[in-house]
Design a protein around this ligand. Structure first.
Ligand code: HEC
Ligand code: HEC
Length: 285
């Protein structure tokens, strides 16, 4: 449990930044089972590398009962329309090689487990790659097709499809070995205060989670549910689009989606969810 003193400090930070931080509410006690069969871990001990939190929670636990319900059954989950479209794309040849994803990867089930370990060090590329980068690499270099826009609809849908076959598996990104340098860079970004409001990711999602901010229940900012269908914009939203929105809210210049800073930040944020279930595509407000 957080100390009252610390909470007061957070309210002061957020209030000074112009947010009406009015109340604090713990994540609820609800349990998430999807389609009556996939049991999600939405609360677990924080991974050893985290110094300031004992328990990590999925963002699902901070949403209202109505929003939560959308994610409990694929028939009610509006993200599934996009996933179904991507399942068709999977089999459609594109580019001058005349190949589809399934030409090389067969059934989408071959991607089970993949979402859980990305971003991941790529031996071939000699860098940490996000799922989006890997998909575009296949499109460009193996299919002879045009790259998809990093945060665009085709890409978000394909990432949603690939995530959907890993649902229920624990996030398990590697942060050591060749990925360590990138991870450390991401950690530094997470704790840096940006913008006119001088707020870091940690100020909101680590120090102040549970507080109400503009009628929104502040979560730990986890990415195990991505891509997320947001009721607010009625589409699938990618990780970097969400990061961009949060950085903008601090009135700072944001980094480029797909660029090195957000890749590093994604690896770091993903590692803060190690142990939570892959939920993507999830539903948020
Ligand atoms: C011509 C064959 C080919 C096609 C077509 C192809 N890929 Fe790939 N894909 C590969 C190979 C080979 C790898 C392993 C690359 C590596 O490790 O550097 C790979 C790796 C991947 C990975 C990473 C898997 C992992 O375990 O890390 C994803 C995700 C992926 N492809 C998605 C796609 C998608 C989506 C499409 C269609 C838009 C596609 N690929 C089309 C050959 C292909
Ligand atoms: C001024 C406070 C604030 C700051 C600073 C902030 N966020 Fe957020 N963030 C929010 C709010 C409010 C939401 C929507 C409610 C929620 O899901 O927590 C949100 C949502 C998110 C989500 C979606 C969580 C989910 O379950 O869908 C992610 C991921 C996220 N933030 C990451 C970040 C990262 C990374 C940074 C730093 C670059 C950051 N945020 C900085 C306020 C903030």
């Amino acid at each position: 449990m957080k100390q009252p003193i610390k909470l007061k400090g957070c309210i002061a930070i957020l209030a000074a930044a112009g947010f009406a931080a009015v109340a604090h509410a713990d994540p609820d006690e609800d349990q998430l089972t999807v389609n009556g069969e996939i049991e999600m871990v939405t609360e677990v001990d924080a991974p050893a590398h985290m110094e300031n939190l004992d328990t990590i929670y999925s963002g699902w636990r901070f949403r209202s009962d109505e929003t939560q319900a959308f994610q409990m059954d694929d028939f009610d989950n509006p993200a599934m329309i996009f996933v179904e479209a991507a399942a068709e794309t999977w089999d459609i040849a594109d580019g001058f090689e005349g190949k589809s994803c399934s030409s090389c990867h067969n059934d989408i089930e071959s991607m089970a487990g993949v979402r859980a370990v990305y971003p991941k060090w790529s031996e071939t590329a000699g860098e940490v790659r996000t799922l989006e980068h890997q998909i575009n690499d296949c499109r460009e270099n193996r299919m002879g097709a045009e790259k998809w826009k990093y945060t665009g609809g085709d890409m978000a849908a394909m990432v949603g499809l690939i995530s959907s076959v890993s649902r229920g598996l624990p996030i398990n990104v590697a942060i050591d070995g060749p990925a360590q340098e990138t991870w450390e860079k991401g950690k530094e970004i997470y704790y840096t205060r940006y913008g006119q409001l001088e707020l870091s990711c940690a100020n909101c999602h680590e120090d102040s989670y549970g507080m109400m901010i503009r009628a929104d229940h502040l979560s730990q900012g986890q990415i195990n549910g991505f891509p997320t269908y947001r009721l607010k914009n009625t589409k699938l939203n990618s990780v970097h689009a969400r990061f961009k929105g949060c950085v903008r809210d601090t009135r700072a210049h944001t980094f480029k989606p797909g660029g090195p800073e957000f890749i590093a930040l994604e690896l770091y944020v993903a590692s803060r969810a190690n142990g939570l279930s892959v939920e993507g595509p999830s539903v948020r407000n």
